[in-house]
Ligand binder design. Structure first.
Ligand code: 4NP
Length: 157
């Protein structure tokens, strides 16, 4: 099962979401069944490491994005992935535009957060913010990934 986290630049939210999801997938014993990767809808940062503020926010919680290099998602990726979870509605519409045939597997990540509600299902972009915005994004990502991994565990039984 290939799961992808997607945001705009693939240097802030989606690398954080992939690190969190991988840690939770491993903790749930699903590491042999579920792989988690990340992409951006845009290519401006292709090949770059995670934003240093995202890397630092992960380190504060015992995780790392050291191996990350930014990638732009392609139609071929969308065809091959099983679940595509994106940070905000702009990402969602861009992905739907890119490959209308993959719409069934593209969702907002926060739909898996039991505390999200319709109209409040985005992970806000922390790129123009400060460390507290990165911490807040991580709080939302952690809650959503818990819901996601619970669902994956149930599906795998
Ligand atoms: P991300 O954040 O989509 O969470 O990786 C951003 C990264 C870069 C830019 C915008 C958002 N940018 O405009 O370069």
């Amino acid at each position: 099962m290939r799961v992808a986290m997607v945001c705009l630049g693939n240097i802030c939210r989606s690398p954080m979401a992939a690190a969190v999801a991988r840690a939770q997938v491993d903790e749930a014993g699903l590491g042999g069944h579920v792989s988690v990767e990340s992409f951006g809808t845009a290519g401006y940062h292709r090949g770059e490491k995670a934003d240093p503020r995202a890397a630092a926010a992960l380190r504060r919680r015992g995780m790392s994005a050291d191996d990350h290099r930014a990638r732009q998602i392609t139609v071929r990726d969308l065809e091959q992935l099983d679940m595509v979870l994106c940070a905000d509605r702009n990402n969602l519409s861009e992905l739907r535009r890119l490959d209308p045939l993959s719409v069934g597997k593209i969702e907002l990540l926060r739909t898996y957060d039991p505390d999200s509600s319709p109209g409040n299902e985005e992970v806000p972009d922390p790129y123009y913010g400060d460390d507290s915005d990165f911490d807040h994004a991580l709080d939302l990502i952690e809650a959503a990934c818990r819901g996601l991994v619970e669902r994956l565990a149930l599906a795998g039984r």
